[in-house]
Design a protein around this ligand. Structure first.
Ligand code: HPA
Length: 267
């Protein structure tokens, strides 16, 4: 059992969340929906570094949403901060050790599909790992497969639930392929044209390491991108982190409603 999982379990005082939600850039407001929350800063969790990115908090919060015990992670560990993929996957491994079986990931992404305007929500149907890193490199960790199947990384049943919730709540929800890049630079227009030809609909700098670790551990994964900007070369303005954050905050209400409906509908 990991020291991180032990510290989290001690802080939860008998609560046993079955679901974890990871919040991306500008999406932190979702944590405010938690009722009766217990909060745990990363500095109290062995092996969890302090996040270095503006707009990314650093805490876990456990509470209830839609009557369900949920663990919410605000602030993730990006490879572009200098972290190994293994560090990016640490929270997921701790969640699995706590008995969590369902992982809901959110992120901010650039829109490659031409019809994606800023504020679009996109369910990940699949991903392309272009980070040249993988959190499973090295010794096989307990409970993980050496060569995990990745033919359905994003759970078809959870995706169907997300689509049903979106329909019922009148929230527009697209579905597409996410390309995960190392960053921290945004892409060049030529790179975006390349990604478009590779079949990517959105591009970002997170999510892939967490999904890989979760699948190796047998967790079911759902991931949703907020398209915060048109990808490089497709819009008129230069890309800007502040704009990414602002669009994330603008879409956070719709995303929060979608997540809440998904949590309420989980079996
Ligand atoms: N590219 C990569 N990551 C991103 C983008 C983008 O355009 N927008 C938000 N995260």
């Amino acid at each position: 059992m990991s020291a991180a999982a032990d510290a989290i379990r001690a802080a939860l005082g008998g609560r046993a969340p079955g679901v974890a939600v990871v919040l991306g850039s500008g999406l932190g407001a979702f944590a405010e929906r938690l009722e009766d929350a217990v909060r745990l800063p990363y500095r109290a969790i062995p092996g969890f570094p302090e996040p270095t990115v503006a707009g990314h908090g650093g805490e876990l919060a456990c509470g209830t949403i839609a009557g369900r015990a949920v663990l919410v992670q605000s602030g993730r560990f990006h490879l572009y901060e200098g972290h190994d993929a293994e560090v990016a996957a640490r929270p997921v491994r701790a969640f699995a050790a706590l008995g969590i079986r369902t992982l809901l990931l959110t992120n901010a992404a650039g829109g490659i599909r031409r019809t994606f305007e800023p504020g679009t929500l996109m369910l990940l149907a699949d991903h392309v790992n272009l980070m040249a890193r993988n959190p499973l490199v090295g010794a096989v960790q307990p409970g993980e497969a050496r060569f995990p199947d990745m033919s359905a990384p994003y759970d078809p049943g959870l995706r169907a639930l997300a689509r049903a919730v979106a329909r019922a709540r009148g929230i527009a929800l697209e579905e597409g392929v996410y390309a995960g890049l190392l960053g921290p630079t945004y892409e060049t227009p030529a790179e975006i044209r390349m990604l478009e030809r590779l079949g990517a609909d959105a591009v970002g700098m997170s999510t892939v390491p967490e999904t890989i670790a979760a699948r190796a551990l047998g967790l079911r994964v759902l991931a949703i991108s907020t398209i915060t900007n048109k990808a490089a070369g497709l819009g008129l303005a230069p890309l800007d982190h502040e704009e990414v954050m602002a669009t994330g905050r603008e879409a956070a209400g719709r995303l929060g409603s979608l997540l809440e409906g998904i949590l309420a509908g989980l079996d």
